[in-house]
Ligand binder design. Structure first.
Ligand code: NG1
Ligand code: MG
Length: 460
């Protein structure tokens, strides 16, 4: 069974062992007893395929070296005791049988609770037999950067809680439980982040397909590496309705397209469902969206009429809690982005497998196209991110925002022998004059990255 590795900490080397030693000492100072194990979950960078996982389409992420480390001591009672090395994040504790994750302020510990809840809901043991834990988290992934720090926390907590209780699950199962349980925070994510966190393997990016979850190793052409650069525009997606608004626009676009083609809108929730029922290719779906959906935003009234329901039925049956007040939906633009971006993912995979001498240039072009689409059709970029991509344009093979967007990081494909000059170029032409970059360690903000490994437990 392909389960997350559980290995002794002595088998590790390099900087990870130093970080684990520091966290272990810090845990002892905090609680007065040592931890028993460390759960480690990496962040990720999505190379291409943005905002399409929740529409049912394949994505192309890889794990990065930055990670969440969670030091854990199992308890004999049902108490959850959570603390964070970062003093800005307050301590939290609760009882297993008695906690609630409300969709209000997305406090850090709620991500831990999501992970625990994901396991509790799927555990074969009865709830009153489950044991609690004392845990201390060290987050080494920039929050709000589009590198999936949130899902790494959810996955670390789930993995740790399962391990404390002797529950063993396949990587796919854990990814699925975590993808569903992170939605208790309020964001209607698709599952890419939890999938790559659990399924990543060192040295390869993964093409990830959903329903059922499958990951295919994809070897990237040699001669170039990915550089991640933070725009320093920060955003907490869970604290706004921007993310869910896009999910809802896609859901409505799917239902409207279904209705137009004589399909019962109740039978579809994702754009991929409509494609499946119409049995069309992705370029054909993009043409249909261009043809049948209008450019002007749809009002709530118009969508309700098209779907033959009242506005309050639309709010209560289809929209999420935090999008009930949204009154305009850009269905054509969002659907076009999704079908075209989903197509770019398969093109990206084909180019990786083609062995073509121009493969790197072709991949780069797809990344630039993806960024333009996120900026113009999906409107999930940020002026600073757009500027960062423009500053990069003639100095790399391709660049795009990564993750949900509205701020956060760019990922750029850079020839191996030009990485240093590219990073220097960004320092000189992007960060130097950016007030928010002053006093920051730029090596933590712009760095080259290789495909890293997935979630694991290290026994101390
Ligand atoms: P980030 O960048 O972590 O907010 C979110 C979603 C993904 C995916 C991307 C956009 C969650 C947990 N993550 O990622 O599923 O939809 O946006 O491609 O909701
Ligand atoms: Mg996230």
């Amino acid at each position: 069974m392909d389960t997350p590795p559980v290995v002794p900490v002595d088998s590790l080397e390099g900087s990870l062992i130093e970080k684990i030693n520091l966290l272990t000492k810090d845990f002892e100072n905090k609680y007065g007893f040592p931890p028993e194990f460390i759960a480690r979950v990496p962040g990720r960078v999505n190379l291409i395929g943005e905002h399409i996982d929740y529409c049912g389409y394949a994505v192309f992420p890889m794990a990065i070296d930055q990670e969440i480390l969670m030091a854990v001591k199992p308890r004999q009672d049902q108490h959850l005791e959570l603390s964070n090395v970062n003093p800005a994040y307050e301590d939290y504790s609760c009882e297993l049988m008695n906690f609630d994750i409300d969709k209000g302020v997305p406090h850090w510990f709620k991500y831990c609770l999501c992970g625990v809840k994901g396991i509790m809901e799927n555990s074969s043991k009865s709830k009153n037999k489950l044991k609690g834990l004392s845990a201390r988290i060290h987050g080494l992934i920039s929050p709000g950067a589009g590198l999936s720090s949130s899902s790494a926390v959810v996955c670390a907590a789930a993995l740790a809680f399962a391990h404390v209780n002797g529950l063993v699950y396949k990587k796919q199962e854990l990814a699925d439980y975590c993808a569903r349980s992170e939605r208790y925070i309020g964001t209607e994510g698709g599952g890419m982040d939890q999938a790559i966190a659990m399924l990543a393997t060192q040295g390869t990016a993964k093409l990830i397909e959903f329903n059922p979850l499958r990951a295919h190793d994809t070897k990237l052409p040699s001669g170039a590496v990915f550089v991640i650069a933070h725009s320093l525009a920060e955003v907490n997606k869970a604290a706004s309705s921007l993310f869910n608004c896009r999910v809802m626009e896609c859901r409505l676009a799917a239902k409207v397209l279904a209705r137009i083609h004589g399909i019962n809108p109740d039978s579809v929730t994702r754009l991929a469902d409509v494609q499946f029922l119409l049995n069309k290719t992705l370029p054909e779906m993009a043409s249909l969206a261009g043809l049948y959906l209008h450019d002007d935003p749809y009002s709530k009234e118009e969508v309700s009429k098209l779907l033959e329901m009242t506005e309050s039925q639309l709010e209560n049956k289809i929209l999420s809690e935090n999008t009930k007040d949204v009154n305009v939906f850009k269905l054509r633009q969002r659907a076009l982005h999704v079908f075209q971006e989903a197509h770019r993912v398969w093109q990206f995979r084909d180019i990786c497998n083609s062995g073509s001498v121009t493969a790197l240039q072709e991949l780069g072009q797809l990344m630039f196209d993806s960024h333009s689409s996120c900026r113009d059709l999906y409107e999930c970029s940020h002026p600073q991110l757009d500027n960062l991509v423009e500053v990069s344009r003639n100095h790399c093979l391709g660049a795009r925002l990564t993750g949900a967007g509205w701020g956060g990081c760019m990922v750029a494909l850079v020839p191996e022998n030009e990485v240093k000059s590219f990073i220097d170029h960004l320092k000189e032409n992007y960060y130097k004059n950016l007030p928010t970059a002053r006093g920051r360690d730029l090596d933590e903000i712009v760095f080259a990255t290789q495909p890293g490994s997935g979630a694991a437990i290290f026994n101390l």
